[in-house]
Write a protein that binds this ligand. Structure first.
Ligand code: OSB
Ligand code: MG
Length: 368
């Protein structure tokens, strides 16, 4: 395909509710949307780099820089651009996986639209229904937390992930288990604990959790493998898995028994699928994580989640949980049994809401 132009847009969209993790609270979604244009068709991607370098070193400023100065210019190549190999031949950018993933996602959307095929089929997906869970942030108090779980349960969600940190863990799990003895429950610490906390983390075994996500250092595999030896609950890694090689090492070291796959974190859909395939070969289930995406990124998550080894409910949930009005139409919806049905339209299968996107754009750049 020949990309004629690339449009980068930085958008800001208020969340319906703040989202708090062990590294802080956020009120607005900030994202970079990338649109690639060829022969009258557009492909879209969303960059999940956060407003600051908290989840990983990338943020909206570094991602904008890398996209604008390096990735976008090399997309506009008169010799053509190959979605399957763009990242291999991309200018020698080291790291910056979230910026790269957004570009690749837009190219895949465009390719699927050119072929008039749903992206999820192009990626090799087979699931006609995607099981969904919710990620529930740290709340101001326990009554707010219990209310949230009640309403998400009523909406049909199949997995409840609670963000924890020291001081917001055992006590709240005790309360939650008293009120909801049987719900599929898990926790995510976003690396808030250290090796000194092993005895404390072991007390979480009593709550029958599906898994504990990323309890230790964001870049660690070794301490997690030591913890996994000592704890009954399955560990799941998020931040520590930056690419397929990390996944290989994690499985070899037995650092986890589940992997949270986010294609932004690992540098693209192709790399995400490599990790998916590796885990499938090792009998390790994966699930699709989320980065509080607007509809465009969410749609790519929906497509990825249709692959066979996404056996556990993901963090991919309905648009309406996050935004009054999303960047796509129709919004992503979850049915009463807690499933998303992948769309039948070409590409990501949802249409970018251009009028709305224009209104929430705070910075724009065209490369041609
Ligand atoms: O650790 O999975 C995480 C959001 C931002 C950064 C990191 C994480 C999260 C989530 C939210 O858990 C998942 C979602 O609802 O998109
Ligand atoms: Mg996580």
């Amino acid at each position: 395909m020949r990309i004629e132009r690339v449009i980068l847009r930085e958008i800001r969209l208020p969340f319906r509710n703040f989202f708090e993790t062990s590294f802080g609270r956020t009120y607005d979604k900030e994202a970079i949307l990338i649109e690639v244009v060829s022969e009258g068709l557009s492909g879209w991607g969303e960059c999940v780099a956060c407003e600051g370098p908290f989840y990983s070193y990338e943020d909206r400023v570094t991602a904008w820089h890398v996209l604008k100065s390096y990735l976008a210019p090399s997309l506009v190549d008169p010799r053509g651009t190959d979605p399957d190999h763009f990242l291999d031949h991309a200018p020698a950018v080291r790291g910056h996986p979230m910026a790269k993933a957004a570009v690749e996602a837009a190219l895949f959307d465009l390719q699927a639209r050119q072929m008039d095929t749903p992206l999820w089929l192009l990626l090799g997906g087979t699931r006609e229904r995607i099981p969904c869970g919710v990620s529930i942030g740290i709340q101001d108090g326990t009554s707010q937390l219990l209310d949230k779980i009640h309403s998400e349960k009523a909406a049909g969600y199949q997995k409840f992930k609670l963000k924890i940190k020291p001081g917001w863990d055992v006590e709240i799990l005790d309360l939650v288990r008293r009120e909801f003895p049987d719900i599929p429950l898990m926790v995510d610490a976003n690396a808030a604990y250290s090796a000194m906390d092993f005895p404390h983390l072991k007390t979480l075994d009593q709550f029958g959790l599906m898994m504990i996500e990323q309890p230790l250092f964001y870049d660690d595999l070794y301490e997690h493998s030591r913890l996994q030896e000592q704890i009954e609950t399955r560990l799941c890694l998020d931040e520590s898995i930056r690419h397929n090689r990390d996944a290989e090492l994690a499985l070899r070291l037995k650092s986890c028994r589940i992997i949270n796959v986010k294609f932004g974190r690992v540098g693209g859909l192709r790399e995400a699928i490599r990790i998916h395939d590796l885990c499938l070969a090792h009998g390790v289930p994966v699930w699709c994580g989320g980065m509080l995406e607007t509809g465009i990124g969410r749609a790519h998550n929906v497509a990825l989640s249709t692959l066979a080894n996404f056996k556990l409910p993901g963090d991919v949930s309905a648009s309406a949980r996050y935004f009054e009005r999303d960047t796509i139409w129709p919004a992503v919806e979850v049915d009463k049994e807690g499933f998303i049905t992948p769309p039948s339209g070409a590409g990501i299968g949802y249409e970018p809401d251009r009028e709305w996107i224009e209104r929430i754009t705070i910075q724009q750049e065209m490369v041609s």
